[in-house]
Design a protein around this ligand. Structure first.
Ligand code: PGA
Length: 262
């Protein structure tokens, strides 16, 4: 059974004091729990601060983005090496807010994926359709395109350092429509199938695919108990320690009950 991965994407939220408090509460709440993987991705300016708080804990540190060069005249950007230097093991790439608000193309995202993997970071590549694309029956094609282009040139050997985040754009940020567990499960199956066609079934079986889009304590159990939903990428609710911890708890992979009547 794949261990669930619960990611807190803080986006452009928190002050330094809030970031420190939140990270502290998450570390305390997670304790020594190792039946679930927990990752938090603070804004760049607080990565070092949060990294210090996470030291020695079960909670991993990640970046929300990077620029695909190791150094140079790229004002305002952050390199893979800088993230590693600050203790990040992971990076989120291709998030829909990067695609749609910042206009990032599949080709640019692919450069980032390659640069991050080459530097030794674990990548969470986000894919997901908009409301319009879903309405027009384009979900499968969009997911296949974002996956294929996003992973172009990525070797089979490198994909063990990769997770996919399914993030239906219309379900992000509590817009009023949440994805049902059935819908999430179906989209994850499309992603796994497409991934399997590129890298083979064995790789597809071990691929972690997280779901993101208004995950909260109320829906976490139902989503995380779906076959093929291997974790959650949480935005808004990751800013409230109690709620994020409840989602982490829902992600704990428990041994299957034994015995006929269990
Ligand atoms: P949300 O964000 O949990 O606030 O919907 C999810 C995401 O954008 O990853």
């Amino acid at each position: 059974m794949r261990r669930k991965l619960i990611v807190g994407n803080w986006k452009m939220h928190t002050t330094a004091i809030e970031a420190a408090r939140l990270a502290g509460a998450i570390v305390e709440g997670c304790g020594n729990e190792d039946r679930v993987s927990v990752l938090i991705c603070p804004p760049f300016p607080y990565i070092a601060l949060v990294g210090n708080i996470l030291t020695g804990s079960q909670v991993a540190l990640g970046g929300q983005n990077l620029y695909p060069e190791s150094e140079g005249a790229f004002t305002g950007e952050v390199s893979p090496t800088m993230l590693l230097d600050l203790g990040c093991k992971h990076v989120i790439l291709g998030h829909s807010e990067r695609r749609h608000t910042m206009g990032e193309s599949d080709a640019f995202i692919n450069c980032k994926v390659q640069a991050a993997l080459a530097a030794g970071l674990q990548v969470i590549l986000c894919v997901g359709e908009t409301h319009d694309q879903r309405e027009h029956g384009e979900t499968t094609a969009v997911l296949q395109r974002q996956l294929t282009l996003g992973l172009e040139g990525v070797s089979a050997g490198a994909v063990q350092h990769l997770c996919i985040g399914y993030e239906p754009v219309w379900a992000i940020g509590n817009q009023g429509t949440d994805a049902t567990p059935e819908l999430a499960q179906a989209a994850h199956a499309i992603i796994r199938d497409c991934f399997g066609r590129i890298y083979g079934e064995t790789k597809a079986e071990t691929l972690i695919i997280t779901y993101g889009g208004s995950v909260k304590p109320e829906n976490a159990d139902a989503l995380l108990s779906c076959e093929g939903v291997d974790g959650a990428l949480v935005g808004g609710e990751s800013l409230i320690a109690e709620d994020f911890l409840a989602i982490i708890n829902a992600g704990i992979t428990r041994p299957k009950p034994e015995g006929l009547f269990a």
